[in-house]
Structure formats: structure tokens, C-alpha cells
Design a protein around this ligand. Structure first.
Ligand SMILES: Nc1ncnc2c1ncn2[C@@H]1O[C@H](COP(=O)(O)OP(=O)(O)OP(=O)(O)O)[C@@H](O)[C@H]1O
Ligand SMILES: [Mg+2]
Length: 227
């Protein structure tokens, strides 16, 4: 199991006079190595909240998060940062590339957070190979502003994979793309994750994209249930 959520509760305050709103209520989920899962549901139902808990960016009110056999809930901020940098890749709805550095520099940025014994040449070579694999061989030295939306999202995918994470979490990675570009990006993401033996969780509004994942979590009756 790469990640397990056990009996998770998460609620948010909606102002002093209102009761807290439950987002996750005694929620359980186990994700196996190599598995792909989609999460679908209406806006505001808690998809990003769930992804953030899986990615240790947010803490549940109660319950246990176990990542690769280790209990996350008691880790301090330094341990969590290390875990995230080494084991988890994030892809956001808007690509979050830094505009002032080149494509390849954006890709290698997450490697700086990891105590790697690899030298820079090897990391640059790997980044270049991955960028070539996603059809961006001639774009490595360009800046993000010189790329289309789909190209930027491909850079974000490569960046999420550069540290060979065990888990990739993607929050509406095709949200800013048209349907055919979106499907291309998902095919690419899926095949890269299969090649790297990386588990994949994708939040999406697109039912076709959702159905391409091995498992599907749907928000129904105020809970995420498997469909
Ligand atoms: N930090 C926060 N403080 C208070 N309420 C929050 C916070 N973060 C999220 N919420 C609320 O929790 C609910 C779930 O939010 P979340 O971002 O997980 O939804 P979502 O399913 O990702 O929605 P969307 O599809 O629009 O991205 C929303 O009603 C939101 O307003
Ligand atoms: Mg969201």
C-alpha cells in the first residue's frame, strides 16, 4: 500500500455563528502501488481537501494517514517536507511554473529539495530525456510564457515525475485545456506513471477521463464512494 487513510474526519469552520461543515466523515481509502484512481464530484464537495490530505499538505482533524507504512500524522514539518519532496509529485490545475526560469530549470527545481547524490549533469540529462518523451525537446530552454497551455501542463507533468515519486496527485490537470488536448495529457500522464511504477490520483470533472482510471471515487450522499 502506498497510502492509507484510516477513519479520517475533516471539517471547516464557516464563521463563528455557524456549525463546522463536515467534508470527510469516518473516511477510509487505501491506494496500492501502481494503482490509478479518479476523484469526481461537484464543486466544493471536498476533492482538493482529500487530495491535500493524501499529499500531506493538509492534516485531518482526526484519523490516521499512513504513507508507505509510515504514520504521517505524527511527523513534524521537516519530515513532511522531505516525504513530499522524495515520494510525491503534485500537478495543479494551473501549472504553477515559475515564469522567470527556463522550462528545464522548472523541471529540475524539485530535485534541489532532495538530498540527491546525483550530480547536476545526470539530473539535467534526465530532465531533457523526459521533456523529449513528452514532445518538448526543442522547448527545454524556452520560458513558460513562450509555451501553450498544453505544453505548460506537459512541463508540469515532467516536473512532478523528476524525483521518481511513488505517488502523483493531479488536481484537474486538464482543467485549462480543450477536450482532445486534455485526453492527450491524461494518456501521457498514465503511461509515464505506468513506466515509473507510480500510483496516480486524478481529480477531474471529465467522466471519460475518470473512467480511464482503474478505480473511481465519486462524491455521493455527502461521502466519497467507489463506483
Ligand atoms: N481553508 C479552508 N477554510 C474553510 N473552508 C474551506 C477551506 N478549504 C476548503 N474549504 C471549504 O471546504 C469545501 C471543500 O473544498 P474543496 O476545495 O476541497 O472542494 P473541491 O471539491 O476541490 O471543489 P472544486 O471542484 O471547486 O475545486 C468547500 O465548501 C470550501 O469552501
Ligand atoms: Mg478543488
Amino acid at each position: 500500500m502506498i497510502v492509507e487513510l484510516k477513519d479520517i474526519f475533516k471539517s471547516y469552520s464557516e464563521g463563528e455563528d455557524n456549525p463546522r461543515r463536515d467534508i470527510l466523515d469516518s473516511f477510509n481509502l487505501s491506494i496500492n502501488f501502481d494503482e490509478s484512481i479518479s476523484i469526481v464530484g461537484p464543486s466544493g464537495c471536498g476533492k482538493t481537501t482529500l487530495l491535500n490530505i493524501l499529499g500531506t499538505l493538509d492534516k485531518p482533524d482526526s484519523g490516521e494517514v499512513v504513507f508507505n507504512g509510515e504514520l504521517v500524522t505524527n511527523m513534524n514539518d521537516d519530515q513532511l517536507s522531505k516525504l513530499r519532496a522524495e515520494k510525491i509529485g503534485f500537478i495543479f490545475q494551473s501549472h504553477h511554473l515559475l515564469p522567470q526560469i527556463s522550462v528545464i530549470e522548472n523541471v529540475i527545481l524539485p530535485t534541489l529539495a532532495v538530498n540527491s547524490k546525483q550530480n547536476n549533469t545526470i539530473i539535467f540529462d534526465e530532465a531533457e530525456t523526459l521533456l523529449s518523451e513528452v514532445g518538448l525537446k526543442n522547448e527545454v530552454n524556452k520560458f513558460p510564457s513562450q509555451l501553450s497551455g498544453g505544453e505548460k501542463q506537459r512541463v508540469a507533468i515532467v516536473r512532478s515525475l523528476i524525483n521518481k515519486p511513488n505517488l502523483v496527485l493531479a488536481d484537474e490537470p486538464t482543467g485549462s485545456l480543450d477536450k482532445s488536448r486534455g485526453e492527450e495529457i491524461i494518456d501521457l500522464l498514465k503511461s509515464l506513471c505506468v513506466n515509473n511504477q507510480t500510483s496516480l490520483v486524478v481529480v477531474t470533472h471529465d467522466i471519460e477521463i475518470a473512467s480511464q482510471m482503474k478505480r473511481r471515487l465519486c462524491f455521493k450522499n455527502f461521502d466519497f464512494i467507489e463506483s
